[in-house]
Ligand binder design. Structure first.
Ligand SMILES: Cc1ncc(COP(=O)(O)O)c(C=O)c1O
Length: 352
């Protein structure tokens, strides 16, 4: 490393690998195997490249209108970002400035800790229970804000709305951010709590439910006052962060939400079938309300299974440095045919 004054040392977030092989089965980053709605492809074909001469919109008004109608909120309760990572990162800058510690679970989306470090936000990691669950009263003391993924990642476990409400009710002086990246796959959204809790900020992504991870669109939902603070942060970093094509295609996705209801249902069915099959092979499978399962093999160690799956070009996620889950694998749920192939491979590996 060159010796210069002022260089920052950062422990960055380590994102899942993006291998690109023709016959691979890629189940390592919780992408949506069904692909985007045909209406998205149509909107892409109809897009006139000449339009790119201009900057994109500052407020994504059309997309906000469509999303607001879809979610039953008003457009001034929405902010669009360049993926939900963008929204979440700005939430750290916008909401957690009291100097008191922000709370999040010891096992959750790894980026929260990275943003806290990056933005010098003090934080406290609250251990999940032995069953990998969030215990609401652990979040009742003084703090500088809370962030929870619900369902949680990488566990897949969902915290009930009643329990989430307990956390909101006892933290009315700070923002409680709820990351609903996976809410499409079974859990009940915290949206109905918005009316009573102006301290609630929800984030969502088009990456999982709408199968648009490569497009990079996410959004935040909250009280208009919270959205105004977020917009001020966005305008202080990159006001045009949502590109024009992304806005257009995300709009097409929202307008064809029935398609996504269907694919979401198919993923849930495949997940429940696959989880049952793993349990029959003596895996410990955490109850998932997401498009992935976190499971611990017992007949073989996780590292060995990970490696042998990779040799068959089946990519799943292994977290050797995360003490609590170093014996688990996180497996995204693909199409039924893919998961049948994966299951057959696991059976073969475990019996050899
Ligand atoms: C819990 C959670 N939140 C947020 C994200 C980020 O999603 P996006 O693609 O919208 O940046 C992910 C991505 O895997 C995630 O697992």
């Amino acid at each position: 490393m060159v010796k210069l004054k002022g260089l920052r040392q950062i422990n960055p977030y380590v994102a899942g690998q993006q291998p690109n092989e023709p016959d691979m089965i890629k189940l390592n980053t919780n992408e949506n195997a069904y692909g985007p709605s045909p209406k998205v492809a149509e909107a892409l074909q109809n897009f006139d490249a000449q339009e790119l001469r201009k900057y994109s919109s500052l407020d994504q008004a059309e997309l906000c209108q469509a999303l607001a109608a879809n979610l039953g909120v008003s457009p001034d309760q929405l902010i669009i970002g360049n993926g939900s990572d963008d929204i979440l990162s700005m939430a750290f800058l916008a909401f957690f400035n009291s100097g008191e510690s922000v709370l999040f679970p010891d096992l959750t989306y790894g980026f929260y800790k990275v943003w806290a470090d990056l933005y010098h936000v003090p934080f406290r990691e609250i251990p999940l229970t032995a069953d990998f669950e969030v215990h609401p009263s652990d979040y009742f003391g003084d703090n500088g804000g809370i962030i929870l993924a619900n369902p949680n990642a990488p566990t897949g476990i969902y915290l009930s709305l009643n329990q989430l409400e307990e956390i909101l009710a006892s933290n009315q002086d700070v923002v409680v951010a709820v990351d609903e990246a996976y809410i499409h796959f079974g859990g009940q959204s915290a949206l109905p709590l918005l009316d009573n809790y102006p301290n609630l900020f929800i984030t969502r992504t088009f990456s999982k439910d709408a199968a648009l991870a490569g497009l990079r669109v996410g959004y935040g939902i909250g009280h208009p006052d919270l959205i105004a603070v977020m917009k001020a942060v966005k305008d202080s970093i990159n006001p045009y962060s949502v590109d024009m094509l992304a806005e257009r295609l995300a709009l097409a996705a929202v307008e064809d939400w029935d398609y996504y209801r269907e694919t979401g249902r198919a993923i849930q069915e495949t997940r429940d079938w696959f989880a049952g099959e793993l349990a029959a092979l003596d895996f410990q499978v955490l109850p998932s309300q997401t498009n992935f399962v976190l499971a611990q093999p017992t007949r073989i160690c996780a590292a060995e299974l990970f490696q042998q799956l990779e040799e068959r070009r089946i990519y799943v996620r292994y977290f050797p440095k995360a003490e609590r889950i170093k014996d688990f694998l996180r497996i995204s749920i693909g199409r039924r045919e893919e998961m049948e192939t994966v299951l057959a491979a696991i059976k073969e590996i475990c019996s050899s």
